[in-house]
Design a protein around this ligand. Sequence first.
Ligand code: SF4
Ligand code: SF4
Length: 139
Amino acid sequence: MIVDVELEYDGPVKDYCGTCTACMDACPTDAIPQPYVVDGSKCISYFTIELKEEIPAEVKGKFENWIFGCDICQDVCPWNSFSKPHSEPLFTPNSQLENFSKEDWEEITEEVFQKVFKHSAVKRTKYEGLKRNIMFVKR
Ligand code: SF4
Ligand code: SF4
């Protein structure tokens, strides 16, 4: 974002990690090889959202059923236990999705995809991308 207004600057973020290594230990694809370093090319979010080609075979079996992004490092971070649930209606998922069974995901059609993700960022993968991700985690 480029703006021509004078902004109030804040300072650098403090180091609150200490000796914690929870995110590094929990990442299933070893995408956090050392503190403060994320190797985006190994991240499940990259593979399932940004990558347009086939997902490399060497990461097969490591996705822990994540099919669009991954939040494992966020889930295990102790600081996130202080987070509060949002009350923004626009972030509420389509209620139809909450009742999806494993079979519903595996058999999702383009018509259903367009309907349930009409207002969702999941559209970024397009139907073919999400289908690729679903088939990749299918055992
Ligand atoms: S989002 Fe998932 S794959 Fe990516 S760095 Fe975090 S735990 Fe690893
Ligand atoms: S889990 Fe959170 S507190 Fe722990 S190392 Fe990772 S970012 Fe830092």
